[in-house]
Design a protein around this ligand. Structure first.
Ligand SMILES: N[C@@H](CC(=O)c1ccccc1NC=O)C(=O)O
Length: 293
């Protein structure tokens, strides 16, 4: 496959337009259906769970999170922090509670984190926000038996940045047991010259310091006992698939506990939408990691 540095702008933009690669629908329709599925799933979760909405984790307006709590008490409570996708410029926590639907049944708490998407937020701020949100969750829920992270697309990038945090500047060091990185981007350099960067306005320096692919040694220091799943859709674009494969290999070579999941019959969007279903492969894998199968 052609290396991204050898691609012209059109080809790079095609590779980094996930909606153009769906085998199910047109580009416009797959995005509309995605937002609809996430919204409907989140509504269901809000009906099923006890919720704490708009809990602040910082001073900023956008620094709020939603907590989905099982209605029935269980021992051994695990907690999943979900970081939404949308190319750091779309979506919000308001449509990001959907994965609580099958998890609250099993006594798992789900936290959907809000962060300031572009153009309001920039990359450094978003990374700082998701890091602080995890610290805040650990401080609030110190009694939980396991902390997990899940992120989709841009949210998988942010989750990888959380795993790569030097926590010495923070009040605590979160112990993250597992992380599901779904259809993520781990090297930001290829998107610098594309439409994706128009609202983000990243310079090369910003892209490099916020690329998980460059921070594997820090991840190894901070998250050595974290079980990491790098998941990618069969119908993600070749560049997206390569991003996941290369990040997986880098983690594997540094001796981390990591597995690669190439999820058959999925595209960039339904690979995450289906977490609303308890029988979906990735849902089962997540429950199994928590010992809840
Ligand atoms: N231009 C992008 C748009 C995109 O990624 C997106 C748009 C709305 C909501 C979510 C999106 N992406 C991933 O979650 C695409 O081609 O899919």
């Amino acid at each position: 496959m052609t290396h991204w540095t050898k691609m012209d702008k059109d080809e790079l933009e095609r590779q980094y337009s996930p909606s153009r690669w769906s085998h199910r629908m047109s580009a416009d329709d797959v995005i509309k259906a995605h937002v609809k599925a996430l919204k409907e799933g989140t509504e269901r979760a809000r009906d099923l769970a006890q919720t704490l909405l708009n809990v602040p984790y910082g001073e900023g307006d956008g620094e709020k999170l939603d907590v989905y709590i099982p209605k029935t008490n269980t021992l051994d409570v695990h907690l999943v922090v979900y970081l939404h996708g949308g190319y750091w410029q779309f979506l919000s926590k308001e449509e990001s509670g959907f994965m609580a639907v099958p998890l609250i049944d099993k006594g798992v708490v789900v936290v959907a984190v809000g962060y300031d998407i572009a153009p309001k937020g920039n990359m450094d701020l978003m990374v700082s926000q998701v890091r602080r949100s995890v610290v805040s969750v650990v401080q609030q829920y110190s009694h939980i038996s396991g902390l997990y992270l899940c992120g989709h697309s841009a949210g998988a990038h942010l989750a990888a940045m959380v795993l790569s945090t030097d926590w010495s500047q923070y009040s605590i060091t979160p112990q993250i047991k597992g992380a599901f990185l779904v259809s993520g981007i781990y090297d930001l350099q290829p998107i610098l010259s594309t439409y994706v960067n128009e609202p983000l306005k990243m310079t090369e320096e910003v892209a490099v310091r916020n690329s998980p692919s460059k921070l594997v040694p820090q991840l190894k220091l901070s998250s050595s006992s974290c079980q990491i799943v790098v998941a990618v859709a069969e119908h993600d674009s070749p560049e997206f698939r390569k991003q996941s494969e290369e990040y997986y290999k880098a983690l594997e070579q540094s001796g981390l506990s990591v597995t690669m999941e190439d999820v058959a019959n999925t595209d960039h969007f339904n690979i995450i939408e289906q977490l609303v279903d308890g029988e979906y492969h990735l849902t089962k894998l997540l429950l199994k990691m928590m010992g809840k199968n």
